[in-house]
Design a protein. Structure first.
Length: 323
């Protein structure tokens, strides 16, 4: 089996990101809860997409592409971080975003513009429509001699997922240095790549941790995540050897994807006021509140330490208020 270091990867983020214990939260909930600050990864306002882009954009460069296309909702963190990383690499970035959610010039749409992305909207609910449009635009650009690279929504393909396998390798070294052992790794699941990478990474580097994805969208992630993790393993010429109880999806969606949930607000405020950390209402706020509700319901049996992976998203706070 190949090592992650055998694959091309560009150093886009500042890693390792901090990992430390949330002292006030741990005291309050009677359980050791640690945080992996991937919101502090050194690009824009941080976020999980940068680890994926390290692999994806390395592939784009290796293929000689000068233009990168991606998509997401209007306030997509992934689209914004792709714009930021593409700009740094001297690549043109075309974002074809779903005309859904907050489409006026706020939050990530301001940042997309600062990073110089070509932002277009499509009034559709289907990413297939958007992928078709990307290919149509890319054909026009090809006539002018440009070569395009296509990144799916969320950067959640097998190559992107490897970014979060790499994250677990990083966590393993940090945990060893701190003398701590995590029984659980928890993060938001929005398109599945992060959780898939964490599952593969746990398999490779941290075999007795259980990965719990907190679903913030309603796709069938219970199947999507292990399938994507297996596909990511195959890029390393390996297979994903599952073990009972190594992964679970729990949904904490509220009224739907990107609809802030009033029940989460007290949890978001509690983390801000006790630890100084910002969560967003679309991903991390839901994942965090969902995790603490699980903790209170006895889901995390035993006393093993829990690691919450903070995946970023703060720009949403400037696009939508907490309900
Ligand atoms: C995209 C995103 C997620 C979800 O990650 P996926 O790999 O798409 O499941 C979580 N948090 C934030 C802030 C995100 O932008």
């Amino acid at each position: 089996m190949k090592q992650l270091s055998d694959l091309a990867r560009l150093p886009l983020g500042v890693y390792p990101t901090p990992l430390y214990k949330l002292e006030n939260i741990s005291a309050r909930y009677g359980r050791n809860i640690w945080i992996k600050r991937d919101d502090l990864c050194g690009v824009a306002l941080g976020g999980n997409k940068v680890r994926k882009l390290e692999f994806l954009l390395a592939d784009a460069k290796a293929q000689g592409c000068d233009t990168v296309f991606t998509t997401g909702g209007a306030q997509s963190n992934h689209a914004m971080l792709t714009a930021a990383c593409a700009a740094r690499l001297g690549m043109r970035c075309i974002l074809i975003l779903k005309k859904r959610g907050v489409t006026d010039r706020r939050g990530n749409l301001i940042l997309d513009e600062i990073y110089g992305a070509d932002v277009r909207f499509m009034d559709t609910d289907s990413y297939d429509d958007i992928y078709a449009e990307m290919h149509r635009v890319a054909e026009e650009l090809a006539v002018e001699g440009h070569t395009s690279y296509f990144i799916p929504c969320g950067g959640s393909n097998a190559l992107g997922a490897l970014g979060y396998a790499a994250c677990v390798e990083e966590v393993t070294a940090q945990a060893d240095a701190l003398g701590v052992h995590f029984g659980h790794i928890v993060s938001a699941t929005g398109s599945g790549g992060t959780t898939a990478g964490l599952l593969l990474g746990a398999k490779l580097f941290y075999p007795d941790a259980k990965v719990t994805g907190i679903g913030v969208d309603d796709d069938p992630f219970g199947e999507i995540v292990p399938a994507l993790a297996a596909e990511a393993a195959s890029l390393l010429d390996g297979t994903l050897e599952r073990r009972a109880d190594d992964f679970e999806m729990v949904f904490h969606l509220g009224d739907g994807y990107a609809i802030p949930n009033p029940e989460d607000t007290p949890y978001i405020e509690e983390l801000a006021r006790s630890e100084g950390i910002l969560l967003d209402p679309v991903y991390t706020g839901k994942a965090w509140a969902g995790m603490l509700k699980l903790l209170q319901s006895g889901y995390f049996e035993g006393q093993e330490d829990i690691l919450f992976v903070h995946t970023g998203g703060a720009a949403a706070l400037f696009a939508m208020d907490l309900p």
